[in-house]
Design a protein around this ligand. Structure first.
Ligand code: T1G
Length: 695
């Protein structure tokens, strides 16, 4: 029967037609793929010899959704709905043959097929919520009709990829084919459907499960409560819930109307645009100019960690989780035993939550060995130093590593602040030195800043980026500068937050504004959580800062029941009159005339200097692209993904002209802390975007 178009081929096996799509990388529902389905099904059903049709994909996966790159563009060719109607109303059974990931529009296409067959390794899901969307091609109306409203609520608000075996149990797929034999399995299933004259099972007509939930609003009320905390600020989860509610309380076609209306609101909205930016940014961040698949990689089969403290322990767990043996070195046995004990306790706690088995606990702790002898690191492929922040101590360790470690080993430091070029300069192999800046807790936080030093080789960079992916991190390649990218930008916000509470705001005002903006916690609540005395020494305290005064008063944060806030026995924070008086007193001593400060000014004073610093980082070449900075702040500092990241927010939501104007206004009023970056001025002057300027 031959080619339908460049991405769709129709063939037959006896009375079974096989429509094969092949549109790399993920058979997304681009215009040609939609046309291929529409014309392919049409042609197959027009042939009276065809008794059933198998829809299958070549390449690594079944259809992984709508083509996200087409959003916002004028659609061409048959719509997705046209293609789906062609399938659902076909005169013969259509069987979806699923491998890889049937996601979003891909699963929605499969749900218009009359039957679904999958290989055991396949997964199905409706992850549109992760793009600030909802399944807009009938998924919110068909899924609950198969899996029930409760499971549908969970799937559309988490975007989880459900393994095929579970899909079979839920009725989402009708049969599992042998792994690697999907086509054979699907054709055999199709022949069975024909032989047994099975009906054209239209999911849209399966109403039992939705009708059974009618008149039970508590299903939705309870569900809303259960996800309120983790979906704070997001629009899409609530809209997804409203669609499932419509599936229960309305007819199929009325439900489809609700779905279309809400989908249109989301796809044209600010949040989804930001989340789609982040989707592509998370894929761009791995691409390093000058490094490609031909760049040599150093095999990493054994890792060494120096320091069994909080960071060293957490870092070790990442490698053990990936099955890579780790040797942790500490100067003395006691801190080593303590560190290894903490690692085991962390694993046991995870097992108690049912996320891993006790067998996993034994396997992973079994991969982590301790030693008090640096020579134990001699045969490691990568050594990560994670001791306290002191240049002399770190340089001494790197001199030793230079002597002990085998040629070709990567010597990495977990420093979050010190100059890695200075650390590398004490070794005879600076090309092997790199920064691997993990975030605490290191076994949980997804972000890894990979810090290239002046002499770091491409092999070491390429190997480090690949390794980051292997241990489940998202890595951004950054340059050596104070605070690298994440902390350097954080310092801008911290500085302004401290100035604002002098000028008239209170710590709880600043925290409220940033919390409402979508950050997980404001700077002052964060300091109370971490402990105000982190790095503070009583003997050096001169009472020159609010923090000094609070620590001297033993208000050291949550752990002492008081810090910037007062805390009750449940650690619930309340604004503190004591702190209010201290701040007013401080301002008076510094002859600062306090004034009313609006929430808008608090937000702009805290956020715009962050964006401006991002511009400086780009112009200095300390980050490859603007979206990498967004990835750092979203994955390391809790910047709300529905605001795209600081650089996206500045350019696409606020507008660079407004950011620049405000920076200039603040510079006049508050000094050169607000001096605009040259690249920001250039972008506004030339009316160019960061990507047009090559960032
Ligand atoms: N559209 C366009 N490009 C896509 C794409 C998509 N849906 N999915 C992946 N790509 C590109 C990606 O940018 C990358 O490109 C390459 O494919 C490999 O991806 C109507 C509205 C499928 C699990 O949300 O989750 O359907 O960087 O690096 O790690 O209701 O991609 O190589 O140039 O991620 O193996 C819903 C999104 C869409 C699934 C594979 N679907 N994709 O992961 O590879 S909305 C999704 C993924 C929708 C309907 C609605 C993953 C993956 P490049 P990759 P991977």
């Amino acid at each position: 029967m031959g080619n339908i178009n460049d991405v769709a081929d129709l063939s037959t096996e006896g009375e079974i037609a096989v429509l094969t799509l092949n549109s790399p990388p993920v058979n997304a529902l681009s215009a040609p793929v939609r046309e291929g389905i529409f014309e392919g099904i049409k042609k197959a059903t027009a042939d009276s010899a065809v008794k059933a049709i198998v829809l299958i994909c070549d390449g690594r996966t079944f259809i992984a959704g709508a083509d996200i790159t087409e959003f916002g563009k004028k659609p061409t060719g048959p719509s997705l709905f046209d293609a789906q109607d062609m399938i659902e109303n076909a005169s013969v059974p259509v069987i979806a043959a699923i491998h890889g990931t049937a996601l979003g529009g891909g699963l929605e296409v499969a749900l218009t097929c009359h039957y679904r067959v999958a290989v055991p390794s396949a997964k199905c899901g409706l992850p549109e919520v992760n793009l600030g969307l909802l399944p807009g091609a009938g998924g919110t109306q068909r899924l609950p009709r198969i899996v029930g409203p409760e499971k549908a609520l969970e799937m559309v608000t988490t975007g989880q990829h459900v393994p095929a075996k579970k899909c079979l149990e839920m009725g989402l797929v009708d049969e599992l084919a042998e792994e690697g034999k999907l086509r054979e399995g699907a054709v055999a299933f199709a022949k069975k459907v024909v032989a047994e004259n099975r009906p054209l099972k239209k999911v849209r007509e399966m109403n039992d499960k939705v009708e059974a939930a009618r008149g039970k609003p508590e299903i939705f009320d309870n569900f809303r409560k259960s996800i309120a905390r983790k979906t704070r600020g997001f629009l899409a989860p609530e809209y997804n819930i409203q669609c499932i509610e419509a599936a229960v309380n309305k007819s199929f076609d009325e439900g489809i109307k609700v779905e279309r209306d809400l989908f249109t609101k989301l796809v044209t909205g600010e949040q989804s645009a930001a989340q789609r930016h982040v989707f592509f940014a998370e894929r761009q961040v791995w691409k390093v100019p000058g490094i490609d698949k031909d760049t040599k990689r150093i095999p990493i089969e054994k890792v060494g960690i120096i320091g069994a403290g909080t960071m060293g322990g957490g870092i070790s767990m990442n490698f053990a989780n990936a099955g890579i043996p780790v040797t942790i070195v500490e100067r003395d046995q006691a801190p080593l035993d303590k560190g290894l004990g903490t690692i085991r306790k962390n694993y046991e706690n995870t097992a108690k939550k049912g996320r891993i088995s006790m067998d996993d606990v034994e396997k992973r702790t079994g991969l982590i060995q301790g030693s008090t002898d640096m020579k134990a690191l001699a045969d490691c492929d990568l050594i990560i130093e994670a001791v306290f922040e002191n240049m002399d101590v770190k340089q001494d360790i790197f001199r030793q590593l230079d002597e002990i470690c085998k040629p070709g080993a990567i010597l990495a430091t977990n420093t979050s602040a010190l100059n890695i070029d200075e650390i590398a300069s004490v070794t005879k192999r600076p090309e092997a030195v790199i920064g691997l800046h993990f975030f605490s807790p290191a076994n949980v936080m997804r972000l890894l800043e990979v810090v290239r030093a002046d002499k770091t080789s491409k092999e070491v960079i390429a190997t480090s980026m690949d390794l980051a992916k292997k241990i489940g991190k998202i890595a951004a390649l950054v340059g050596v500068c104070p605070g690298f990218v994440g902390n350097r930008i954080l310092a801008q916000r911290q500085r302004e937050a401290n100035k604002l509470i002098m000028e008239g705001a209170m710590p709880w005002d600043v925290d409220r504004v940033l919390f409402d903006f979508g950050l997980p916690m404001g700077p002052f609540a964060m300091s109370d959580l971490a402990g105000l005395d982190l790095g503070w020494r009583k003997e050096n305290s001169k009472g020159e800062t609010i923090r000094d005064v609070l620590c001297e008063m033993d208000r050291r944060g949550q752990k002492t029941g008081a810090g910037f806030y007062d805390y009750d026995e449940n650690r619930k924070a309340t604004p503190s009159k004591v702190v209010e008086d201290i701040i007013k007193d401080f301002a008076e001593k510094k002859q600062i005339q306090r004034r009313d400060i609006s929430d808008q000014e608090i937000l702009e004073r805290c956020v715009y200097p962050m964006i401006n610093e991002g511009f400086k980082i780009l112009e200095e070449g300390k980050a490859i692209r603007a979206s990498d900075i967004d990835i750092v702040w979203i994955n390391g500092y809790g910047w709300p993904v529905y605001r795209g990241g600081p650089m996206y927010y500045g350019e696409k939501i606020v507008g660079l002209d407004k950011v620049l104007a405000k920076m200039q206004e603040f510079q006049k009023a508050h000094g050169d802390d607000f001096e605009p970056a040259a690249l920001l001025e250039k972008a506004v002057k030339e009316g160019k975007s960061l990507s047009e300027l090559g960032y």
